[in-house]
Design a protein around this ligand. Sequence first.
Ligand SMILES: Nc1ncnc2c1ncn2[C@@H]1O[C@H](COP(=O)(O)OP(=O)(O)OP(=O)(O)O)[C@@H](O)[C@H]1O
Length: 295
Amino acid sequence: MIVCEQVEKRYGRKTILTQLSFEITEPKIIGLIGRNGVGKSTLLKILAGHVKTSAGKTEVIGKRPFQNLTVAANTILIEDGMTFPSVMNLEEILKSGKKFYKNFATDLAFELLKFSRISDKNHHHHLSKGQKAVFNLIYGIASRCAITLLDEPMNGMDETIRDDMYRVILKDFLTHPRVMIISSHYLNEMEHLIEEILLLHEGKVELFAPVEEVQSLAIKLVGQKENVEPALKAYEVLATYENGPIFEAIVKNSELPLPGGVRIQNLSASDVCKVLTTSKGGSIDDIYRNSKSNT
Ligand SMILES: Nc1ncnc2c1ncn2[C@@H]1O[C@H](COP(=O)(O)OP(=O)(O)OP(=O)(O)O)[C@@H](O)[C@H]1O
């Protein structure tokens, strides 16, 4: 359904995406994860056909997406800056949904809007930031497009409505499976929802794997420094932290026996992604350890 092969995107002299390759062959919910500025929104815009690639092959439902009408009719990109015609109120916007998306679930959209306590007499540009995000997400889910791209859809929503909206995504996916790619900085909140993680790092796909596989890539060793540090020689160390007398090391998972005084803590997929995309230049701990201002 989606193929990216050696995709490259440059803005002027700046290369954003390079040698980016992955394939999605069946409906599933995928979390698109990566540090600020890595190119998540750019990738979603490429898939939606809004932005042209600089090189490589991109196919969405068998077509090159850039300005392609078939792709446009079967793909929706929900993002922060979305606008709707200012003369229309929300009721009119939802009623016109079917004109653009043949499977648009108009009744469901009205019910979800009512549940979210947003009057359909409002105009989109008069909604609060959180309300806009809720409306945009409802519109995106109700469109029931084969390719549903959600760029930071929960931005601005309070925690309660975020929980409700995660549930909407899951329920609607179960009844109407499709490819959903959700970019988010809140991977912890989404881990129960997504099946696979597409992690971007330095313009490339760092990993594309099921959530459980990502969780098992690394573990945390915890204990007194004198117990943990000698044990680290046997591991590939990804990060270390000192919290007073407690020393913690995140290491690549392995079946090695544990030395005395060291315990293992499992990590969330979010923790693993964070450590995989942390600058090799060191951590905040290192800055405080080495800073001249501390002397
Ligand atoms: N139209 C554009 N012209 C020039 N540079 C751009 C343009 N759009 C994006 N960029 C640059 O491309 C890079 C990737 O931006 P993008 O918005 O895709 O990142 P992101 O991973 O979604 O970031 P965030 O998590 O902060 O939202 C950034 O350095 C950004 O400044």
